[in-house]
Ligand binder design. Structure first.
Ligand code: GLA
Length: 384
């Protein structure tokens, strides 16, 4: 009996050690997968107080939220703006994080000039591909060895699995996808390359994406992973639908990335077109119900949803490489402005005060073996 007495001393000492050291989300997830956040200009340039310490403590990966999209980084022909990108990769290096570049080829946030010649007429296929390749080699080349993975092509499919009829597709057919991956690979052979899209849980859409990805490989073009944007709601999609997507992507031989994770807690008006209408919606308590604060019962639904999602992700941690939140905290989420401008939304796991929402880690930890020190930690330490 006596020989076990030392445990009575060691366990509290270990637990105390844990309480003194702040443990981040990334450490709590252990080696399951990388934990990421999309970051904006204020955060990468140190203008937002507290953002960099929050990022360093909790996140092992970052994604460029807007600053490396075509519009911000290459607004005019021959004009590149790298202020964001340079600060972004410097922050990633300081954090020792896995740095993701988002995104090289997309139909949104891409200026109209990209698709036009000097006379304002649509470019032909060869000229558009050449312009795209030039963009990719310039941006990927600048951050070669500093950006670890690129969302090469974003959102090329409709939900029914048909190709989205974007200017990229209308001018080049499916060639732009092949050329984009080829050029990214050629420019930085070490960087991982992904295709990224939303609603990957819809079977028809997923089938089309996986077919495209397998065809790339059949043509000898590298593609490492599929990013499933996790723009979810409280009740949909179902865990089964998400799980099937994880299984299918893995089965097809690609890394699974859960990108752009957030959970919208606000009601959604059906007809959201028109800026004026949106302003009215935002002013109406019906569509902007939690201006002062989120009711505890709704926050609990949100935390329960996150717990269920992360339990699913942990179950499949052998297939999932990274889980990235779309934003650092509620105050900076795009969902404060979409699909209605000017609302107060609560879709992330960190609130407006940059505090982790309570109950999330405790619920996850309960299901883990050897959780005593962390449970003690949860009791004793104020959450950050
Ligand atoms: C898409 C894009 C992201 C971002 C979000 C919403 O999912 O991939 O870059 O624009 O929409 O903010």
């Amino acid at each position: 009996m006596k020989k076990y007495l030392f445990l009575l001393i060691l366990i509290p000492v270990f637990a105390l050690g844990q309480t003194l050291k702040e443990v981040g989300l990334k450490d709590r997830m252990g080696s399951d997968f990388l934990i990421g956040a999309a970051v904006n200009l204020g955060q990468v340039t140190g203008q937002e107080a507290g953002a960099d310490s929050l990022l360093s403590l909790h996140f092992s990966s970052i994604t460029s939220e807007n600053g490396l999209k075509w519009g911000p980084v290459h607004p005019k022909e021959g004009e590149y703006r790298f202020e964001y990108g340079d600060a972004y990769v410097a922050m990633g290096e300081k954090m020792g994080a896995f740095v993701v570049g988002h995104t090289l080829v997309w139909h949104q946030q891409t200026p109209a000039w990209v698709f036009q010649n000097a006379n304002g007429q649509p470019l032909n296929q060869g000229d558009l591909i050449a312009r795209m390749e030039d963009h990719i080699s310039t941006v990927v080349g600048r951050y070669k060895g500093k950006i670890d993975g690129w969302d090469v092509v974003n959102e090329a499919f409709e939900d029914d699995g048909s190709w989205r009829k974007t200017p990229w597709y209308n001018i080049t057919g499916t060639e732009f996808v092949k050329a984009a991956f080829r050029k990214a690979q050629e420019t930085d052979p070490e960087a991982e390359l992904y295709y990224n899209d939303y609603n990957v849980w819809i079977p028809e859409k997923r089938k089309a994406i996986l077919e495209m990805a397998k065809n790339l490989r059949a043509d000898g073009i590298r593609i490492d992973g599929i990013g499933m944007q996790g723009h979810y709601r409280l009740g949909s999609p179902s865990l089964d639908q998400i799980e099937q997507a994880i299984l299918d992507i893995h089965e097809a031989g690609f890394q699974v990335h859960v990108t752009e994770l957030d959970v919208d807690v606000l009601p959604r008006p059906r007809n959201t077109e028109g800026a004026d209408l949106n302003i009215n919606y935002a002013e109406s308590p019906e569509w902007n119900p939690y201006v002062a604060s989120i009711p505890p019962a709704v926050e609990k639904q949100l935390v329960d949803r996150y717990v269920a999602l992360f339990q699913l992700f942990q179950k499949h941690s052998d297939k999932i490489s990274r889980v990235t939140f779309w934003g650092l905290h509620d105050g900076k989420s795009w969902l404060n402005n979409w699909p209605v401008r000017g609302r107060t939304n609560y879709p992330l796991i960190f609130d407006r005060e940059m505090k982790l929402k309570s109950g999330f880690l405790e619920a996850l930890e309960k299901n883990k073996p050897n959780c005593l020190p962390v449970i003690l930690f949860s009791f004793f330490s104020p959450q950050k």
